[in-house]
Ligand binder design. Structure first.
Ligand code: HCA
Ligand code: CU
Length: 423
């Protein structure tokens, strides 16, 4: 396999079961999972290409530069830009971003023809992502080319891009609705011609993790170059499909910030990080600047006029909010009881909500400690009952709950003073 990075020399771990390096302490050797790349994948960040296809997106040059720099800071391996052929400004912006001197490699995404490839190379990109539709729908209703014609053009364009010392990837749009024999024949030919990557795209978002595993696993046996994958989220499978692709041997995942793209978009960068930090914690925490995620998401959300969704992994406003009394009690004792990810990895904190009828006295006691209010357990239980009574009548805000705690505490103090005077 010509993975861009050589596989780690030690035992490779797969999925959520890290394989221990036993070599130092034991004569036994573990079984290696040579196929899975969950511990050594790369991100191709396409906010500035697929993301520009999002209904609300309009990125001026300054915004593109800010997003490119923020993604560079986060540590993505590649950023992908809109085709310079799309418009005169796209061409200028592509050149500008290439000249920023970013650590991340800069790609642009063009149709698989010579004119587009030449424009791309002219801009000074590190790599060109070639794409053409291979499904019968696209052959019939889009470009009208047969598989033989696609292959002939692809080989010419690949040879040209390579001759310019630029990375090249060849991808088929709508791969999951393309004929498997056509697809494998085409990929085998471009692999032989020396592409750096082949790309598999679920353009309509209809694939399931098992379908992805099967196709990528089959392809892994046919080509020796890297395998990039691109998943639309129409049926909510984009993150699961990306994970499955890596398990089957894909090497690169396409993402965009908050998932923005055509229709409801593609695999979101943040959600993929949430998944992968659980699967491959060491790799992900070392490689990516996770604490920068929230800022990147806020930057993009404001650029395209949307809010970060409430249920967004990691950064949704309630992603680390615990509410039910039973949960809160356990969270206070040991957060991992009800959390799969430590918010601190992303520079965030957890929050225990106490403003409801389902709260519990352990959570209230913890809030009292935060507020510097001293009470016995029995007193905390009594004031918890008052909060629940009130929460049965109307929704409470944190200020309401704090007021109940403060006034209960003042009453307690008055009672204590009175008792002391009488004693
Ligand atoms: C599209 C094209 C694409 C291309 C993906 C790729 C897709 O906008 O329709 O180059 O691999 O989803 O097929 O984004
Ligand atoms: Cu797409």
């Amino acid at each position: 396999m010509c993975l861009t990075d050589a596989p780690p020399s030690g035992p490779v771990s797969s999925g959520s079961h890290p394989v221990q390096d036993q070599s130092a302490s034991s004569p036994y050797q573990n079984v290696n999972d040579f196929i899975s790349n969950v511990n050594r994948f790369k991100i191709i960040e396409s906010t500035l290409r697929e993301g520009e296809q999002f209904a609300n997106a309009f990125f001026d040059t300054e915004t593109k530069i800010r997003i490119a720099k923020a993604l560079d800071e986060f540590g993505v391996d590649y950023i992908e830009l809109t085709s310079p052929v799309s418009s005169p400004q796209s061409y200028e912006d592509c050149k500008t971003i290439c000249s920023l001197g970013l650590k991340t490699k800069v790609l642009t995404h063009v149709r698989c023809n010579m004119e587009d490839a030449k424009k791309a190379v002219e801009c000074g990109v590190d790599g060109v992502d070639l794409v053409i539709g291979t499904s019968s729908f696209l052959q019939k209703y889009s470009h009208g080319k047969s598989i033989e014609m696609i292959q002939k053009t692809a080989l010419e364009v690949i040879e040209y891009v390579k001759s310019q010392g630029v990375e090249v990837r060849f991808s088929s749009e709508d791969s999951f609705r393309s004929d498997l024999v056509d697809l494998l024949t085409l990929y085998k030919a471009v692999d032989k011609a020396g592409v750096n990557r082949v790309g598999v795209a679920d353009t309509v978002g209809g694939a399931t993790p098992r379908m992805v595993y099967d196709l990528i696993r089959t392809l892994r046996g046919v080509v020796s170059c890297d395998i990039e994958t691109h998943f639309h989220d129409d049926t909510g499978c984009a993150v699961a499909n990306a994970h499955s692709a890596l398990e089957a041997g894909a090497t690169h995942i396409d993402t965009s910030v908050l998932g923005i793209g055509e229709r409801n978009g593609i695999t979101p960068l943040g959600a993929l990080m949430a998944r992968m930090v659980v699967t491959a914690p060491e790799y992900v925490t070392k490689k990516y600047n996770l604490k920068a995620l929230k800022e990147v998401e806020e930057l993009v959300a404001s650029a395209v006029n949307i809010n970060i969704p409430f249920n967004n992994p990691i950064t949704g406003f309630c992603a680390f909010t615990h509410k039910a009394g039973i949960h809160a009690k356990a969270i206070l004792a040991n957060p991992s009881t009800y959390e799969i990810i430590d918010p601190a990895l992303f520079g965030l904190t957890r929050y225990i909500s106490i403003n409801s009828r389902i709260t519990g006295w352990n959570a209230i006691r913890s809030r009292c400690e935060q507020l510097g209010i001293n009470m016995t357990d029995d007193e905390v239980k009594e004031v918890t009952a008052k909060i629940k009574q009130m929460a049965d009548i109307r929704p409470l805000a944190i200020d309401d709950t704090d007021s109940i705690l403060h006034s209960y505490h003042i009453e307690l103090q008055k009672k204590r003073e009175l008792q002391e005077q009488q004693a």
